[in-house]
Design a protein around this ligand. Structure first.
Ligand SMILES: Cc1ncc(C[n+]2csc(CCOP(=O)(O)OP(=O)(O)O)c2C)c(N)n1
Length: 247
């Protein structure tokens, strides 16, 4: 018998992401996880500046659209005064790891009981594809026309690995939307991260490798292959810190 799959009620209208963008898949997964955990009417968001800002346009949930990079600090306050709510941040790599690196690191350092979702598309998508700390070595962007030179700019930052190895966070994982098998795994990571918060275990983070076909100058299917062939070998997917594991 065919199983009827409904769009989670929390996602109330079409979103305005570019064709081939991964955000829609990720938002759908978050909505499904929240619904299955009975938290879809209990979630509040701290949203970053960038393409992640578009999350708010399609969601039936209260959210604060934070100043650029500050979502982890805002989420900290939201959670501390609303302990019964599930608090999620939804940010890009530029928002969370470039301009917001101090807030992001400090929330993890304090093991705040929040869930951080970071969309890593290896560039500043919304503003025209500038180089980010996650830009791959040799990647051409509008501010690295000849390809990123890591001898000069440093190497792509692995934020979840940093917090998983150095801080006493509850859960850290990296997933990808490049193919159905990985989307299923990603859903399990997001669910675990939210469950960690529900149990009061502390800071949980899921980074998602996501395509940006427009700024990468690729078709949607080429950009999924690019994730597999180029991005994933450097940013491996999987659980980086299991729940219940000490640093
Ligand atoms: C204080 C401040 N500096 C710079 C900007 C311009 N700006 C808007 S979005 C963005 C980058 C977003 O990149 P990322 O977080 O990777 O998100 P994406 O758009 O790729 O999803 C920048 C630099 C801004 N809005 N505010």
């Amino acid at each position: 018998m065919a199983v009827e799959r409904k769009v989670p009620a929390i996602i109330d209208k079409p979103m305005n992401f570019c064709p081939g963008c991964g955000h829609g898949i990720i938002i759908r997964l978050i909505g499904e996880c929240l619904t299955e955990l009975g938290q879809d009417q209990n979630v509040i968001y701290a949203i970053g500046v960038g393409c992640s800002s578009n999350l708010g346009g399609g969601l039936e949930a209260d959210r604060l659209h934070c100043c650029h990079g500050r979502a982890a600090a805002v989420a900290t306050g939201m959670k501390r005064v609303n302990k019964e709510n599930i608090v999620l941040t939804y940010q890009g790599d530029g928002d969370a790891y470039c301009i917001g690196i101090a807030e992001s690191l400090n929330a993890a350092y304090r093991n705040e009981n929040i869930t951080v979702i970071t969309i890593n598309n290896t560039n500043f998508g919304m503003t025209g594809g500038q180089m980010s700390v996650t830009t791959m070595e040799g990647q051409k962007t509008s501010t690295s026309k000849l390809g990123r030179n890591c001898d000069v700019t440093g190497f792509p930052m692995k934020f979840p690995e940093m917090v998983a190895s150095q801080f006493n966070v509850a859960y850290a994982a990296r997933g990808s939307v490049d193919k159905p098998q990985n989307i299923i795994k990603l859903k399990a990571y997001i669910k675990n991260a939210i469950e960690a918060q529900m149990n009061g275990e502390g800071y949980s983070i899921v980074e998602v490798l996501s395509p940006c076909p427009i700024n990468w100058g690729m078709t949607p299917s080429q950009s999924m292959e690019h994730i597999r062939d180029v991005v994933m070998p450097y940013f491996p997917i999987g659980v980086l810190k299991e729940r219940g594991e000490k640093a």
